[in-house]
Every structure is written in structure tokens, then in C-alpha cells.
Design a protein around this ligand. Sequence first.
Ligand SMILES: C[S@@+](CC[C@H](N)C(=O)[O-])C[C@H]1O[C@@H](n2cnc3c(N)ncnc32)[C@H](O)[C@@H]1O
Length: 255
Amino acid sequence: MNDKNLYQLFQDSNSGNIYKWHHYLDIYQDFFEKFRGKPIVILEIGVLGGGSLHLWRNYFGNQCQVYGIDINPLAKQYETNNIKIRIGDQSDQYFLEKLINEVGHFDIVIDDGAHTNFMVRSSFISLYKNTRHIYIVEDTQALYWYWGFYSLARDFIYALTGQKTILKKIKHFVKILCLSILGQLSFTKFAKRHADELTKQWHKKPYGEMCSGEIKEISDNNVSEFAKLTKSIHFYDSLIIFEKNIHSKRVVEFR
Ligand SMILES: C[S@@+](CC[C@H](N)C(=O)[O-])C[C@H]1O[C@@H](n2cnc3c(N)ncnc32)[C@H](O)[C@@H]1O
């Protein structure tokens, strides 16, 4: 396995174009290092020139299985023996279900696809439960462009041009419209609401007063599935990273 760090491998890379902010690579290094050399499965949404898929393979090593998805059929040309590419829309839940049935689970997912609220939100809802360790949404700055109207316009245009039948166009369009009217479309707000959810079970301080030397295991009856599955949510410049958890009981001790 290569012992260079992710930034060095990015600098050395000559197998296809890669489009990454430098500060992402430093952050990824911290999250990814423990998975190097391990038999992990990584999925990147958004293939473009295929270079980032090669970067993951070089970084994680030969045991790593790399998947890429892209809406552009030309992306298929970047497929190799070790890098599998599937063509489809990241907001198409049936396409993603088919992919999950094929692969089983992902250890790491990086969403570097359409960068619109509806697309990012749809993929997250479909893929998060089948992601074992890390789910990254890149380029969240684009979700704010022109007060969010750039993302909204692209989502509406895609509803009208990307869907095949009139019924599907209407369904897709109405779904985006309703989410937008209800204030549920923004992915960054969705992530912030989920950050609140991580501590929701403690908001009423249910563990009460404790004596010195006492240990209590706190019931997880009120813990949401999301909170059970999630260890942390990290907000960076233009990145949101969800780190997953194998749920362990919460124990509080007064020493
Ligand atoms: C920013 S580029 C990806 C860059 C690449 N990940 C890298 O690091 O070099 C975005 C890619 O997402 C693809 N894309 C756009 N909308 C999509 C959608 N709805 N579903 C899947 N892929 C999409 C585009 O075709 C494009 O190749």
C-alpha cells in the first residue's frame, strides 16, 4: 500500500481529472486513515473525469472496492477492473436500491454529484442506512447560491427535463414544491435538525440527581433510529460529514 498521504497522492495523480478543494483532503485524511489497507467499499456520487475514483483506490489500497455513479453515460468509460461505475440519477430511489442490492453496503459514501438540495437529500435518505462508517456531502456552499434559488431552479429544471413520463415529471415537481413550501428542502437545515436529534433524549434531563459512586445506564427508548446510528455530525467549510456508530447504551457515572 502507498504510504503517501491523501494530499500527496492527489498531487501525484495522473489518472483522470479530479476536482477537489485542498482543505477537503486534509479533513478526509483524519477520517479515512484508519480504513487504509482494509477491505472497504467506497461510493462516490459524481464521476466526472474518473480521477477521484483512482485516488480512493490508490489511497485505500488493493482491498478497497470503489464504486462511482453518474447521470452522464460517458462516465462509464472510466470503469476498470477495480472501479465499477453505474449510470443513473442520484435522486432516483429505485436506481439506488438496485445498487444497494448489488453491493450490499458501503463503508464510505461521498456525495459530489448534482449539489442541489433535492438531489443531496434524496440520496442521503436512500443511502445513509446502508452506509457503515462515513457519509460526506461535498460542496454545500452551492446549496446557498443566490439564496438557494440556484439549487431550487436546477431541481425544478431536472424534474421537468430529466423525468421520462408526464406523470413522473409532475410527481417530481410537486414533491420539490411541497418540500420547499414546508421548509423541508434545505439539506443544511436537515443536517442541523439531525444534529439536534443526537441529544434529544437528554433534553428533559431524565437521569435526575446522582450520588457519588453511582453509575446509571440510561434507557434508549426515546432515541431515534438516526441518533442510534450516528456518532457525530461535522460541519466544515463546504462539507458536512456524518460519522456512524454501532449503537452503545449511554452510561453516566458520578465519581
Ligand atoms: C463535481 S463533478 C464530480 C467530480 C468528481 N467527483 C471529482 O472529484 O473529480 C459532478 C458530477 O456529478 C454528475 N451529476 C450531476 N447530476 C447528477 C445526478 N442527478 N445524479 C448523478 N450524477 C450527477 C455530473 O455528471 C458530474 O460528472
